[in-house]
Design a protein around this ligand. Sequence first.
Ligand SMILES: Nc1ncnc2c1ncn2[C@@H]1O[C@H](COP(=O)(O)OP(=O)(O)OP(=O)(O)O)[C@@H](O)[C@H]1O
Length: 250
Amino acid sequence: MSDSPNEIVKFDNVGLRYGTDPEVLSDLSFTLHPGSFYFLTGASGAGKTSLLKLLYLMQRPSRGAIRMFGRDMITLPRERLPDFRRRLGVVFQDFRLVQHLSAFDNVALPLRLSGATEGKVMKAVSDMLEWVGLTHRAQAVPATMSGGEQQRVAIARAVIARPRMLIADEPTGNVDPDMALKLLRLFEALNNRVGTTVVVATHDVHLLKKVPESLIMRLQKGRLSDPTGALRFPPRTEPGRVHQPRKSAP
Ligand SMILES: Nc1ncnc2c1ncn2[C@@H]1O[C@H](COP(=O)(O)OP(=O)(O)OP(=O)(O)O)[C@@H](O)[C@H]1O
C-alpha cells in the first residue's frame, strides 16, 4: 500500500485507555498532512504525551483506526514496527539518551544505524552539535550534562537523519527563550527544506505564535476541542472560494 499524497497520518475515532481506567483519549479523528507543522497544546493531563505515544508507535489504541504512511497500524505485525519507527524522529520529554555514550555518539546513532559512512557521520554530527551550541560538550556523557544540554542532544539526535515525521514532546521545556527559538527554527528548517512533517507538543503558548505556518491541535480532557477547524489544511485562495482566516494562537 503506498502513501496517500495528502496524508501522512489518519486517526479515525481513536480512543485510548490505560488498563481498566477510563479513556484518556476519546473520539480522535483527524488527518496530518505531509510537510505541515503542527503544535499540540492542552493543559497538563489533557493527553498530549498519550497522543504522541500513539504517533510514535509506542502505544496501540484501545479502539478506532490509525493509518500511517498509507498503512493500517492496528494490523501491522510487531516485527514490522522498527521499519516504520525509522521514518520517525522523536524527542522524548525525558530525553532517553544512551547513558554510556557521549553526546557525539548519541547524535550519531541514527546515522550509524542507517549505515552512513564515518566521514559523513563526522561532518553531519559536528555541524549539528555546532548548531545546538554543544561543540564543547561533544565528548560529555549525559550524566554530566545539564537538563537543557541533554534536551539539545535529544533534539539533535531526532533530526540528524532527516525523518519523514518529527514528534517532539515539550522540546523546549528546559532551555532559555533564545535557545527555544533557535530550536524551533531548526524544526522549521527541517519542515521547509526537507518537507518533514512536524508535531510539537507544548504548554508554551508563546511558542505557537513563532511559526506562522503552523496548525494548532488543542486537546481538552482527551478530546480535540476543534477537530474539524483546527486541523483544516491551510486554506488556499481559489477563484470562487472565500479565503478563510487561519486559526491563530490563543
Ligand atoms: N502509563 C499510564 N498509566 C496510567 N495512566 C496514565 C499513563 N500515562 C498517562 N496516564 C494518564 O493519562 C492522562 C493523560 O496523561 P498525558 O501524560 O498524556 O497528559 P499530558 O497532556 O501529556 O500531560 P503533561 O502536559 O503534564 O505532560 C493523565 O490522567 C495521566 O494520569
